[in-house]
Structures are given as structure tokens and as C-alpha cells.
Design a protein around this ligand. Structure first.
Ligand code: DGY
Length: 329
């Protein structure tokens, strides 16, 4: 029997290609070309599976043009690049890569929070520019992290891992807002208290965003929300661009409505709003929240396991929707 055909949309660890090749006829994009939607459709012709990285849009138009496609395996926990409803209607399975990146991403949230609160980037630029001539009592004085109030918007697995670090590592008072409160035992493990969104905005010294992007979370933090935060507060976004209104945030930073921000994700990335590039009190990183080699390998392997699980054994590891297993389709 012919092996199923699988497309890998971006450059990836050679071991991943080798693992896939044990089960599939693999077409890979090791040259790492950036394909337009029509080019992606062209590449997908005759493929039953696709390994995506989180930036390829899988929607009704693509599905209609790729009738042989059966599974899209995202090497990301977020899957806002998938139109899951259209995929289910087309009988195409979506999978993501949860759990394996939780602790690494929570570490990064803290790295960004600390860098933002303690003005690490701003002070390094100052030093590299040769502007450091003397010690001063208030040189780059930032905000306290230990003992402060950590606010978390979105209390899934990563939010909880951030809460544990804040409460148990930094002695922070942890408050959170989520679609619904956590069960009592989980809340206790995180030493976290549920509050309204307004309460979160008003009380947090450091607010970390970890919620999924959707129509409902689009610009959930805009000018009105920033105005409710403390003028000394910091905001950290490790979730997705579009959750924050970047233009409103740049204005709030410029006008010191809040003290500082740390951003790993941006509206329309890899483009970054030009006003954010101009303000000094923001730490900017290029969507590297899960970027350690070990974690990226684990995420990629989970996508491989999903492709093999579904296309070979009829049983994916981390499915996002329900479709009929391949042999019956
Ligand atoms: C995720 O897993 O959703 C990350 O943002 C990918 O880099």
C-alpha cells in the first residue's frame, strides 16, 4: 500500500523529517520559503496530512481546494490559525501541541515580567550607547516584583504555571480572571484568587495575558482597560497579537498611563506597530515564549505523533475536534 503523503510547511529539525519519513512520503520546506495561501494550496495537492507551525491559515477556502487533506497538526498550543468549524464540516482533524511547552512558556513569562519591571532592555541600551557615566540613586529604578500583586488573565495550564511561580517563588499575591473560576483544589495549588476583569485591571501590579485569541478576546485590552490599571503597573503579553490594541498600548506607554510593557506577540506580526518601536518603556521579543531547543523538539514530536497516530493508527494524541478516523473516511 502507498504511504500517506504529508507536507511540512516550514523548516524543522531534520530528525522530525526523518521520523515522518518512516511512515509517510514527506514533502518538506527546509528552504523555509514563506508561502502565500495559493502557494500553500498548491503544495497541499495530493497530501493527506500537513504539519503546520501556527502561522498557516487553514480555512474553508483552503479545505475546499484540498479535498484529500485529513489532518492538520499544529506545532503550537494556540490554534487560532485553524477555522475549526470549517475543518470539522470538511471532516479534517486539527491537533495542537499542549502541555509540552507549559513550564518553558511560564519561565519566559517571568523572564519578560522581570525584564519589564526592572527595565533590563532600556538600561542595556543606555549602557551600550555609552551613556553610563556615573552611579545615581534612581538610575533605572523599576518596580518591585517580589511581594507585589500578580494578575493573570487566562488561567489555563500556562496561566497556572505562572501563578505557581509568582506565589511560591516570588511571594506574590496572585489574582486571576478567566471565563470561569478554577476548582478549589487547583486554585489552592496556585494560591490564586478569582476576581472580575475590572478587579484584575485595578489591583494588579503586573498583569500577564495568557488567554487564547478569538473574536471575544480581540482587543480585550484597549485604551479603556489600560486607563483602569495603576500608573505604576506593567503589562506582559505572551498570548497572541490582537488581544491587545497595540496602538492604544503605545499611546498609554508614551503618556505613562501604565509604567511599562513586555510583549512577545504583536498584531500583524512579524510586523510591529511603529509607535511601539519608538517608546523606551517596552521590552519587545519576537514570539519566542516556547523557544528552548528541548521544548521546540517536544512540540514538533507531538505534531509528528498526531500525524502518525491519526493517519496510521486512527488515533490522534491531542485532537481538537472530532472527525471520523482515517480508515473509515
Ligand atoms: C504556541 O504554542 O501557541 C506558541 O505561541 C507557538 O510559538
Amino acid at each position: 500500500m502507498d504511504k500517506p503523503r504529508v507536507l511540512v510547511t516550514r523548516a524543522i529539525f531534520p530528525q522530525v523529517i526523518a521520523n515522518l519519513a518512516q511512515h509517510f512520503e514527506v514533502t518538506s520546506n527546509q528552504a523555509d520559503e514563506l508561502w502565500s495561501p495559493p502557494q500553500l494550496i498548491e503544495q497541499l495537492q495530493g497530501k493527506q496530512g500537513v504539519f503546520t507551525t501556527g502561522s498557516e491559515r487553514i480555512d474553508a477556502a483552503l479545505l475546499a481546494a484540498c479535498p484529500e487533506l485529513r489532518i492538520c497538526a499544529n506545532m503550537a498550543v494556540g490554534y487560532n490559525n485553524f477555522d475549526l468549524e470549517a475543518m470539522t464540516a470538511a471532516g479534517v482533524l486539527g491537533t495542537n501541541a499542549p502541555d509540552v511547552l507549559t513550564e518553558t512558556t511560564a519561565d519566559f513569562a517571568f523572564a519578560l515580567l522581570l525584564a519589564t519591571a526592572r527595565r533590563i532592555s532600556e538600561s542595556e541600551h543606555f549602557l551600550r550607547a555609552g551613556q553610563w557615566s556615573r552611579w545615581s540613586y534612581d538610575l533605572f529604578a523599576g518596580a518591585e516584583v517580589h511581594g507585589s500583586t500578580l494578575g493573570i488573565l487566562g488561567m489555563g495550564r500556562i496561566g497556572q504555571a505562572i501563578a505557581r511561580r509568582g506565589a511560591h517563588g516570588f511571594g506574590m499575591k496572585v489574582i486571576y480572571h478567566n471565563r470561569s473560576p478554577l476548582d478549589e483544589a487547583t486554585q489552592q495549588r496556585c494560591a490564586a484568587r478569582y476576581v472580575s476583569l475590572q478587579g484584575l485591571l485595578r489591583e494588579a501590579d503586573h498583569l500577564v495575558l495568557v488567554l487564547p485569541y478569538s473574536g471575544a478576546s480581540h482587543h480585550i485590552i484597549g485604551a479603556a482597560e489600560l486607563a483602569q490599571m495603576k500608573p505604576t503597573a506593567t503589562l506582559v503579553n505572551i498570548a497572541r497579537g490582537g488581544i491587545v490594541d497595540d496602538a492604544a498600548l503605545a499611546a498609554a506607554l508614551q503618556n505613562r498611563i501604565i509604567a511599562a510593557a513586555g510583549l512577545d506577540v504583536f498584531e500583524g506580526e512579524p510586523k510591529v506597530h511603529p509607535d511601539l518601536l519608538r517608546v523606551p518603556n517596552v521590552v519587545l521579543t519576537p514570539h519566542i515564549g516556547s523557544a528552548t531547543l528541548a521544548t521546540r523538539q517536544a512540540m514538533a514530536q507531538l505534531a509528528v505523533d498526531n500525524l502518525v497516530g491519526f493517519l496510521v493508527h486512527g488515533k490522534p494524541v491531542t485532537p481538537l475536534n472530532e472527525v471520523r478516523a482515517v480508515p473509515d473516511k
